[in-house]
Design a protein around this ligand. Structure first.
Ligand code: FAD
Ligand code: DLZ
Ligand code: SF4
Length: 475
C-alpha cells in the first residue's frame, strides 16, 4: 500500500503523486494541522480558503474512487503537525512506501526529506510539474550568472513552451509590451469585478471554525467569496478572460480609490493552492488572443506575469534559500509601523491598500510594490519585518512566491541580484498612476512642511542615505 500525503497547496486533480498509481493500492492523506495554520498568523481568509479547498478536494477525490484519510483540525488525537499526522497514518495504514509531491516551501521540504529516516520507509518525492520550469532547470540557467535578468529567462520560457510564438519569433514581433502597459486611470471608467462565489455549507462550516479558532488573526471574513473548487476556479478564469483580460495590459499599473481590482484577475489564491494550473491559465489567455478577442499587450502582459515572473520568482526562491530569508543588503532595521495592521493613517494611498488587504486579503501588484513596499523601503523597515507582514496578510501568500517578491523585488535586500535598481518613488509616481492624491490630506506637490506628501522627503532621504551603496551595487 502507498500512502500519498497531499498538502494544502496541492489541491490539483492532475497532481504528479496521483499519476500512475492504482487507486485500490493507495490511501491519500490530507491533514489540517495547527502548525500550518499558525506558523505565521495568516489572514483569516487564507486559512478559510485552504481548509475549504482541502475539504472540497478530498470529497472530489473520494468521488473519483480514491480512499482518502482526512484529518480535520478538531479530530481526536490530531497531533498538530505534518510529522505527527504522517506518523499516525503510518501506524493506521502500515504502508510499504510514501509518495509525495515536493513541497512549495523550503521549511516543509526539509520536514519531508527527513521522513525516510524517521519512518524507515522509502519516500518518493515527486517533482511538482504544475510549474513550467523544474527547479533544477532554473538552477542550471542561473548558475554562474552575476545578475539574473527576468527578461532573459522569460524569453527562454516562451521558446520552450511555444506560448505566444510564431515559429521562432514572438507573436506580433515583440517579446514584451510593458511600455504599453502603464496608462494612468481614466476618469469615470467602469471596472469589472472578479466572479464571487457564495459560500456553500462546507465553506460556511470552515468560516465558523476560523472565526472560532483564529479570531485574533488579522483580517475579516465578511467578503469571503473566493473559488474553493477547481470547477469554481475555472469559471472565475473564464469570467476574467471575458470581462477583464482585454484591458488588463493597458491599466495594469493604475490605482483608483475604492476600486480594489480594476482589471486584475484575483486568480492567484486559486492558482497557488492548485485549483487552477499555470498551464490552464496561459492556454486560456493565448486562446483568447488567437481568437482576436484581446489585444497583444494584454495577452502578453498577463502571460509574462505567469510564465515569466511567477516561474522566475519560484526559481530564485529555491536557488537562494535559505540565505534569501536573511538578506538585508541595505542594513535596514526599523520595525513595521503599527498602521500596517490597522490602516489608521492619513496617507490615502496606504490607507486604501491596507483596508483592501484587511477586508479581502488582496491588494494588487502596484499597491504591493509601489505603495506598501515602497513606503517600507523608504523608511528603512527591516526586510524580515515587512516580509513577515506580506506572508501573513494575503490569501495568495506562500513563502516561495512572497519572499523573492518582498526581499528581492520590493526591498532590494538581495543587493540587486533580482532587480537592477530599487523600486522606490516619490509621491509623483503615485499621483501619476492613481487618483488618490486629489483626496489625500497631504499635498503631493509639496516637498517639505506639515502638509507635504511624506513620500517626497522620504524618497530623497533614501537616495541620500544609500547613495554610496547604490552606486557600488548598480555600477
Ligand atoms: P494579476 O495582476 O491578475 O496577475 C495575474 C497573475 O500573475 C497573478 O495571479 C499571479 O499568479 C501572477 N503574478 C503577477 N505578478 C507576479 C509576481 N511578481 N510574482 C509571482 N506571480 C506574479 N504573488 C503571490 O502569488 N503571492 C504573494 O505572496 C505575493 N507577494 C507579493 C509581494 C510583493 C511585495 C509584490 C510586489 C508582489 C507580490 N506578489 C505575490 C505578486 C503579485 O502582486 C500578485 O501575484 C498579484 O497581485 C495577485 O493578484 P492577481 O491574481 O489579481 O494578479
Ligand atoms: C497555508 C496552509 C494552512 C493555513 N493550513 C494548512 C493545513 O492545515 N494543512 C495543509 O496541508 N496545508 C495547509 N496550508 C498550506 C501549507 O502551508 C502549504 O501546503 C505548505 O506550506 C507548502 O509547502
Ligand atoms: Fe499617498 Fe502622498 Fe498621494 Fe497622499 S499625497 S495619496 S500620501 S502619494
Amino acid at each position: 500500500m502507498i500512502l500519498i500525503p497531499i498538502l494544502g497547496d496541492q489541491c490539483s486533480h492532475d497532481l504528479a503523486s496521483l499519476r500512475d498509481v492504482a487507486k485500490e493500492e493507495a490511501v491519500v492523506l490530507m491533514m489540517e494541522v495547527m502548525e500550518e495554520t499558525t506558523y505565521v498568523k495568516h489572514h483569516k481568509a487564507k486559512i478559510a480558503l485552504i481548509l475549504s479547498a482541502m475539504r472540497h478536494f478530498a470529497a472530489e477525490l473520494e468521488g473519483e474512487g480514491w480512499t482518502v484519510d482526512y484529518v480535520k483540525l478538531g479530530a481526536d488525537g490530531n497531533s498538530g503537525s505534518f510529522d505527527g499526522e504522517v506518523e499516525r497514518a503510518v501506524h493506521r495504514h502500515k504502508p510499504g512506501r510514501i509518495r509525495i509531491v515536493e513541497a512549495g516551501e523550503w521549511r516543509v521540504q526539509k520536514v519531508i526529506e527527513r521522513w525516510r529516516h524517521r519512518f524507515g520507509l522509502p519516500v518518493d518525492i515527486v517533482e511538482d510539474d504544475r510549474f513550467f520550469c523544474p527547479i533544477l532547470d532554473f538552477q542550471t540557467w542561473a548558475q554562474g550568472r552575476n545578475t539574473l535578468v527576468m527578461e532573459h529567462f522569460y524569453r527562454e520560457m516562451r521558446r520552450k513552451t511555444g506560448l505566444l510564438m510564431d515559429g521562432d519569433e514572438p507573436a506580433g514581433g515583440v517579446w514584451n509590451c510593458d511600455k504599453q502597459n502603464r496608462r494612468p486611470p481614466r476618469k469615470g471608467a467602469a471596472y469589472p469585478h472578479p466572479m464571487r462565489f457564495a459560500p456553500d455549507a462546507v465553506t460556511r462550516e470552515v468560516l465558523d471554525l476560523v472565526e472560532d479558532r483564529f479570531g485574533d488573526h488579522f483580517g475579516s471574513l465578511g467578503e469571503f467569496h473566493l473559488p474553493v473548487t477547481a470547477g469554481e476556479a475555472k469559471r472565475a478564469l473564464e469570467h476574467f478572460v471575458r470581462t477583464g483580460l482585454a484591458d488588463f495590459g493597458t491599466w495594469q499599473d493604475a490605482m483608483v480609490e475604492g476600486e480594489r481590482f480594476l482589471f486584475h484577475s484575483w486568480l492567484s489564491p486559486a492558482l497557488n493552492c492548485g485549483l487552477l494550473t499555470a498551464t490552464e491559465l496561459c492556454a486560456a489567455v493565448a486562446e483568447a488572443y488567437a481568437a482576436g478577442d484581446v489585444p497583444l499587450n494584454s495577452a502578453e502582459g498577463f502571460i509574462r506575469q505567469i510564465l515569466g515572473w511567477r516561474e522566475y520568482m519560484r526559481g530564485i526562491y529555491w536557488f537562494e534559500m535559505p540565505e534569501l530569508g536573511r538578506a538585508n543588503a541595505l542594513r535596514h532595521d526599523r520595525p513595521l509601523p503599527e498602521f500596517y495592521w490597522t490602516g489608521e493613517t492619513d496617507m490615502l494611498c496606504l490607507h486604501q491598500a491596507i483596508t483592501s488587504t484587511r477586508d479581502l486579503a488582496y491588494a494588487h501588484h502596484i499597491e504591493r510594490l509601489m505603495v506598501l513596499g515602497n513606503f517600507a523601503l523608504l523608511t528603512g523597515v527591516a526586510p524580515e519585518a515587512i516580509s513577515d507582514w506580506f506572508l501573513v496578510v494575503y490569501a495568495d501568500a506562500y513563502e516561495w512566491v512572497e519572499l523573492p517578491n518582498v526581499v528581492g523585488m520590493s526591498q532590494f535586500a538581495d543587493g540587486g541580484r533580482l532587480g537592477s535598481k530599487p523600486y522606490v518613488s516619490s509621491g509623483a509616481y503615485i499621483d501619476r498612476m492613481s487618483n488618490y492624491c486629489a483626496n489625500c490630506r497631504y499635498d503631493v506637490k509639496q516637498k517639505t512642511g506639515e502638509d507635504a506628501c511624506p513620500f517626497n522627503a522620504l524618497y530623497w532621504d533614501f537616495l541620500g542615505r544609500h547613495e554610496r551603496r547604490l552606486r557600488a551595487i548598480t555600477a
